[in-house]
Design a protein around this ligand. Structure first.
Ligand SMILES: [Zn+2]
Length: 268
């Protein structure tokens, strides 16, 4: 390799590292200014992830999920889908402000690492159809997952695929959501026996997407399946239509301070 080529590669590596560090810093600075803090585990139900009052969650779950079969062993979240977390997620998904991904991942990594300590764990993001990923430029669930993987030094196991393009879940009614994603995921030829797999997504609303993915991970042999999400929408939010982007708000918002594109594969 010529010295010029080596220099170009070193420069590229440095630039990508700077982007990743800078992204976390910028998102973190905005979060610090807002005074926001992640929820303590006692603030939500460990089975379904919705907000819960002190002492209201038993081993078998909260009043909302008790008696319902859970496809995962537990949920870890940063907060409910309310301000300001909801706006950060909306910006990450719909306004190209991808810098929230690594920052939310770093925050989640603390709780995930504590719970998964001593287990043979792997991190699996909820996949995005290639066409949607191409349009957006990145999969926000993967940005979060990469950071959890990096911090806890657990392998990123992107074993799920999304070969079928479906309508966004936020645009279909609650009753149609399960049917909308039916058959849209599959799992590669992997053997997950003996592994605890952390399924990672940005938001859990009805849980239809996470349920479909968790079932596939179980089918591939995963011993335990955990769900790690940045936010959980509480069921009192009617039909969850508030998760849709509000174009008028975006138009009024300042342009994102982060670099224009996501970090390249493996940069974070
Ligand atoms: Zn519950």
């Amino acid at each position: 390799m010529s010295s010029k080529r080596a220099f170009q590669l070193a420069e590229k590596g440095w630039r990508l590292t700077w982007y990743a560090l800078s992204a976390r810093h910028q998102a973190g600075r905005r979060a610090t200014l807002s005074g926001w803090q992640a929820d303590a585990p006692s603030a939500y139900c460990h089975r379904c992830g919705i907000s819960a009052g002190p002492g209201s969650v038993k081993v078998e779950g909260c009043s909302y999920c008790v008696g319902r079969k859970s496809p995962w062993d537990r949920v870890v979240r940063l907060g409910s889908y309310d301000a300001p977390l909801d706006q950060w997620i909306v910006r990450m998904k719909f306004a190209q402000d991808w810098s929230w991904g690594p920052w939310l991942g770093a925050k989640l990594a603390e709780s995930v690492g504590r719970i998964g300590q001593g287990e043979k764990a792997a991190i699996c993001p909820v996949p995005m159809h290639w066409l949607r990923r191409w349009r957006r430029g990145y999969n926000q669930a993967e940005l979060i997952a990469r950071e959890i993987s990096r911090v806890n030094k657990w392998p990123l196991a992107a074993v799920l695929r999304r070969p079928r393009l479906t309508r966004p879940q936020t645009t279909v009614s609650l009753s149609e959501r399960l049917r909308n994603i039916q058959g849209s995921f599959d799992v590669g030829h992997v053997d997950l026996r003996g592994w605890s797999v952390w399924l990672v997504d940005d938001i859990k609303t009805t849980g239809a997407t996470a349920t479909a993915c968790a079932r596939l991970l179980r089918k591939a042999g995963a011993e335990k399946v955990y769900l790690a999400v940045a936010a959980v929408a509480n069921p009192h939010h009617a039909d969850f239509t508030h998760v849709e982007p509000r174009p008028t708000n975006h138009a009024a918002s300042p342009p994102p301070a982060a670099p224009a594109g996501p970090p390249a594969h493996g940069a974070a």
